[in-house]
Design a protein around this ligand. Sequence first.
Ligand SMILES: C[S@@+](CC[C@H](N)C(=O)[O-])C[C@H]1O[C@@H](n2cnc3c(N)ncnc32)[C@H](O)[C@@H]1O
Length: 246
Amino acid sequence: MSRVTNSMDKSSADVNRYADISNNPLHTVTFTSFALGTVLGLFLGLIKVVKMKNLNAYIVFLCFFHFMEYFITAKYNPLKVNQDSFLLNNGSVYILCHLIATLEYVIEYIFYPNIKVTGHSKFRFSIIVAGYLCISAGQAIRSLAMSTAGKSFSHVLQTKKKKDHTLIQSGVYQWFRHPSYFGFFWWALGTQMILLNPVSFTLFAVVLWKFFHDRIKTEEIYLIKFFGDDYIKFKTCVPVRIPFIE
Ligand SMILES: C[S@@+](CC[C@H](N)C(=O)[O-])C[C@H]1O[C@@H](n2cnc3c(N)ncnc32)[C@H](O)[C@@H]1O
């Protein structure tokens, strides 16, 4: 009898700790991780021998980003993780922007290879270094935001307050009001800086700025509903730090 009770206690504890397997089909999750790892490894391994090195680096960072989205959600927010947590179904605009970026890089490389060569210009070299810094800092801040917010983080905007949703103001949230958006914004712009893609840099800046501007506006309407004066105080004290978003 005590064995039955023990196993019942254990299974109810597991429900609160472990991801719902029905939302995380093992064959899908393992295959997606394997595919991301394979592409990452392939492009990283070929970086020494290919000419379009920064394109390879871009694909490596892209694979790493999507892997981290699932990994951090699984580790710090296991009850919300699901196969969409890889964020690979991030909408047609997202896919289109990355396709345009790749195309721009390849076309400019074919017609103006010198523009893409870093060694001959200090200016181009500085942009690439700044790009790598933006990617690293952006990825770190986004992952830290997701791990700090834990159960309060969700890829889908919450319109109803859940029981375990608390207002997060610690860690990276002390410095950035929306650190995961801040991180993603600079990560994405960084990818276009390492590619030395002027058209896609502008496109990414405009599309992402508009997206986060609108998203933050809507998100904060709900956050004020959920947390009232506490959120208003937080909003007054902590800036977003994405240019021209208050
Ligand atoms: C994709 S997460 C983004 C979180 C946050 N905007 C950021 O950039 O780190 C969206 C969810 O986080 C929740 N959220 C945003 N800021 C929060 C905070 N400071 N504390 C708790 N929940 C927050 C919102 O309710 C929303 O459902």
